[in-house]
Design a protein around this ligand. Structure first.
Ligand SMILES: NC(=O)c1ccc[n+]([C@@H]2O[C@H](COP(=O)([O-])OP(=O)(O)OC[C@H]3O[C@@H](n4cnc5c(N)ncnc54)[C@H](OP(=O)(O)O)[C@@H]3O)[C@@H](O)[C@H]2O)c1
Length: 247
């Protein structure tokens, strides 16, 4: 259906070298978008590029927490119909052991770099009128919390505040800002920490649908938010958690 198509739209996706971001890039290309993908690992980012349907996609290696690399990414991208700020880290740590640099690393990667990327794209006039901006947030910090996730939860709650205020501020330009709040999704992020397979298997049983989500199950929501099907939707969060936060 035409309203769900991304044909003719140019979209930047960060964190596209892995997991959810890679699945988003694949799904957006299948829906007809022209993509600029970004990540830190050149080899894995190139792998994503190879997986994209269609011609003309490009990639830009950048550490989003590095001011110069962020500026180079903004410089590299053409005018955009869509931005998906998806890059993120988990950094699980008990508060008792948190150091100043852990706070900075998590907040910088998951939230502050997102604020800078959005503001720079806006200031450099790289976001077209009627562009759609999507943030990969989380249930964690917004609808629930986990032990060992103080920094992650704080970063994702920060993202939600930024999403809502920027949605309001950018509405007169026709720019929409929304987020996606996934529960646990099967990606490399789950290996960030010392959680055993046994613990993960037990945790999956807490989900009413009895499994974790798959990256493509989040990616399809990004396609929806980037498409014209959601042109009257801004300041919203889409919850995708297999029913976890119902309980
Ligand atoms: N998996 C889950 O259960 C889950 C649940 C809710 C929300 N999320 C969110 O979903 C997003 C994607 O996570 P994922 O599960 O797909 O994890 P992932 O497989 O570990 O992918 C994370 C991506 O973020 C990129 N990245 C991290 N730090 C970066 C930095 N400083 N500069 C640029 N890129 C950076 C990574 O790039 P390189 O690998 O190239 O360094 C990678 O492409 C994150 O925002 C995460 O918080 C995940």
């Amino acid at each position: 259906m035409q309203a769900f198509s991304l044909t003719g739209k140019t979209i930047l996706i960060t964190g596209a070298s892995s997991g959810i971001g890679r699945a988003m890039a694949i799904a957006c290309a299948e829906a007809g978008a022209l993509l600029v993908i970004s990540g830190r690992n050149k080899e894995r980012l190139s792998e994503t590029l190879q997986l994209l349907h269609g011609e003309g996609h490009s990639m830009c290696v950048a550490d989003l927490t590095n001011e110069d690399e962020l500026a180079a990414l903004v410089d590299f991208v053409p005018k955009l119909d869509g931005l998906v700020s998806n890059a993120g880290i988990a950094n699980p740590l008990m508060l008792q052991f948190v150091e100043k640099q852990d706070v900075e690393e998590t907040l910088n990667t998951n939230a502050i770099s997102v604020i800078h990327l959005t503001r720079l794209l806006l200031q450099e006039k790289k976001l077209k009128k009627d562009a759609s901006v999507v943030f990969t947030s989380s249930i964690n910090g917004n609808r629930c919390a986990y032990i060992g996730s103080t920094l992650y939860a704080a970063s994702k709650a920060m993202l939600t505040g930024f999403m809502k205020a920027s949605a309001l501020e950018l509405a007169p330009k026709g720019i929409r800002v929304n987020s996606i709040e996934p529960g646990m999704i099967e990606t490399e992020l789950l290996k960030d920490g010392n959680i055993s397979q046994d613990e993960l298997d037990k945790d999956k049983q807490k989900y009413p649908l009895k499994r974790y989500g798959k990256p493509e199950e989040v990616a399809w929501a990004a396609v929806y938010l980037l498409s014209d099907a959601t042109r009257w939707m801004t300041g919203s969060s889409i919850l995708i958690d297999g029913g976890y936060t119902l309980q």
